[in-house]
Ligand binder design. Structure first.
Ligand SMILES: Nc1ncnc2c1ncn2[C@@H]1O[C@H](COP(=O)(O)OP(=O)(O)OP(=O)(O)O)[C@@H](O)[C@H]1O
Ligand SMILES: [Mg+2]
Length: 353
C-alpha cells in the first residue's frame, strides 16, 4: 500500500494541512510539540479505526471547534482510493471509503500500516493488555473478520459481567455457552498468529545478535482448554467466585504471550536492549506477514523511535525497510537517509523541504 497524500482539517493542533508523500522514505521533522505525532495518529487512524493514543473524538478536534476531518488518498489493489473520517463533537464520527459511507467492521484491513512508537518498545515489560492489543490489531489487518469476532467476544464478556454483578444469573447458561465458544476462537486465532510471528521475529533477533540469540514465543491462555466445552465447565466451576468478584476470571481477555531468548523469559531476565530488539523484531515480522498475506507491503510508521535506538539497531531497521514506503518523525531532519522526502512541521502547519 502506498499513501499518496493526507489532508487534515481541525485535527488536534492542526487547523489545516496537506502533505504529499513519496514511495520511499518521508521524514516529518520539527521541534517538540509541533504536531508530528498528531499526523502519525491521523494516518494510523485508518488502520485501527481509532486513535492509537486512545484519545476520544473531542480530544482529536482542535480546541474551540466542533468538527474535524482526515482524508487519505492511497494506492491499494492497483487503484487509487480515498479514506475519510469526519469527527463531530455532538455526533458519532462518520467513516467513508471512496465516497461511500462505511463502518469499521467493513473498513478494517483496508489501510495497512505498521506503527513503531517509543512506548511500544516496552511492550514486553508492560502489562498483558498491551500485548493482547498488539496481537489483535495485527490479526485484524490480516483477517478482517477477526474484528467482528473480537467485538462479539467483548460484548458477551460485558454482558456476562453485568449479569454476575446484578446477581440475576438465570440466563447465565446461555451466555456462558456463547462466551466459551467465542473465547476459544479468539484464543486459537491468537495462538496461530503468535506461532506465525515467531519465525520471522526469531530470524531478525538472530541477525541483530550476530547469531547468538534464539528467540521463541509462547502463547499463555488464561485456561488451557482442548475445546469450548472445557471452557464452559471452567466458567461453571468459577461461577460463585466470579459472582463475588463481579467479573469473569477465565477467558481470552486474560490471555498473554511470553518471549524467550535462549530459553530465558525476556520479561524477567532480558536487558532493556534485548527487550527492544525483540519488539523491533515483532514489528518487522508484522510488516512481513501483512505483506505476504495481503499481497502488498504495509506503510511503515516510525514515530520518534530512531532517537530511542542505538546505531546498530537503527541501521538494521533502515536496511530492512529500504525500498518500502516509510514515514519517520524526528526532531532533526535525519540527513543520513539519502533521497528522503522532508516535511517540516511547525505549530500545526506543514511545509515541504
Ligand atoms: N485537540 C487539540 N487542540 C489543540 N491542540 C492540541 C490538541 N491535541 C493536542 N494538541 C497539541 O498538539 C501538540 C502536540 O503535538 P504532537 O504530539 O504531535 O507533538 P510532536 O511534534 O510529536 O512533539 P514531540 O517531538 O515532543 O513528540 C501539543 O502542543 C498539544 O497541546
Ligand atoms: Mg511526537
Amino acid at each position: 500500500m502506498i499513501l499518496k497524500s493526507l489532508e487534515l482539517k481541525n485535527f488536534r493542533n492542526i487547523p489545516y494541512a496537506k502533505a504529499e508523500f513519496e514511495d520511499g522514505v518521508n521524514i516529518l521533522y520539527g521541534k517538540n510539540a509541533q504536531g508530528k505525532t498528531n499526523i502519525m495518529e491521523a494516518i494510523r487512524f485508518f488502520t485501527e479505526c481509532r486513535s492509537f493514543r486512545g484519545a476520544n473524538d473531542r480530544e482529536l478536534i482542535i480546541s474551540g471547534e466542533t468538527k474535524a476531518e482526515i482524508t487519505a488518498v492511497f494506492e491499494k489493489d492497483g487503484r487509487e482510493q480515498t479514506a475519510q473520517v469526519r469527527f463531530d463533537a455532538e455526533k458519532r464520527r462518520e467513516l467513508y471509503l471512496n465516497g461511500a459511507k462505511t463502518i469499521p467492521k467493513e473498513f478494517i484491513g483496508t489501510f495497512n500500516t505498521v506503527l513503531f512508537y517509543p512506548e511500544q518498545l516496552s511492550l514486553i515489560k508492560n502489562g498483558p493488555d498491551n500485548r493482547r492489543k498488539f496481537v489483535d490489531i495485527s490479526i485484524c489487518q490480516l483477517r478482517p473478520v477477526y474484528y467482528s469476532l473480537l467485538s462479539r467476544f467483548s460484548r458477551t464478556l460485558q454482558q456476562r459481567n453485568a449479569l454476575l454483578k446484578s446477581g440475576d444469573i438465570r440466563t447465565l447458561d446461555i451466555w456462558d455457552e456463547r462466551f466459551a465458544k467465542l473465547s476459544f476462537l479468539v484464543t486459537k486465532t491468537r495462538e496461530n498468529y503468535i506461532s506465525r510471528l515467531e519465525i520471522p521475529s526469531a530470524a531478525s533477533v538472530k541477525e541483530i545478535s550476530g547469531g547468538k540469540e534464539e528467540l521463541s514465543l509462547k502463547y499463555i491462555p488464561s485456561f488451557q482448554a482442548e475445546d469450548e466445552e472445557e471452557i464452559f465447565c471452567e466458567l461453571e466451576k468459577n461461577r460463585e467466585k466470579d459472582g463475588e468478584l463481579g467479573y469473569t476470571s477465565v477467558g481470552a481477555h486474560k490471555d498473554d504471550f511470553e518471549t524467550y531468548l535462549n530459553g530465558k523469559n525476556v520479561k524477567i531476565y532480558g536487558s532493556q536492549g534485548q527487550q527492544r530488539s525483540c519488539v523491533m523484531a515483532f514489528k518487522l515480522a508484522e510488516a512481513e506477514i501483512t505483506g505476504e498475506t495481503r499481497g502488498e507491503y504495509p506503510l511503515i510508521l516510525l514515530d520518534d523511535v530512531f532517537s530511542e535506538l542505538d546505531t546498530e539497531r537503527r541501521d538494521y531497521i533502515t536496511g530492512k525497510i529500504m525500498g518500502k514506503q516509510v514515514i519517520i518523525t524526528s526532531c532533526d531532519p535525519i540527513t543520513r537517509i539519502d533521497g528522503a522526502k522532508k516535511i517540516y512541521v511547525e505549530s500545526g502547519t506543514v511545509t515541504d523541504g
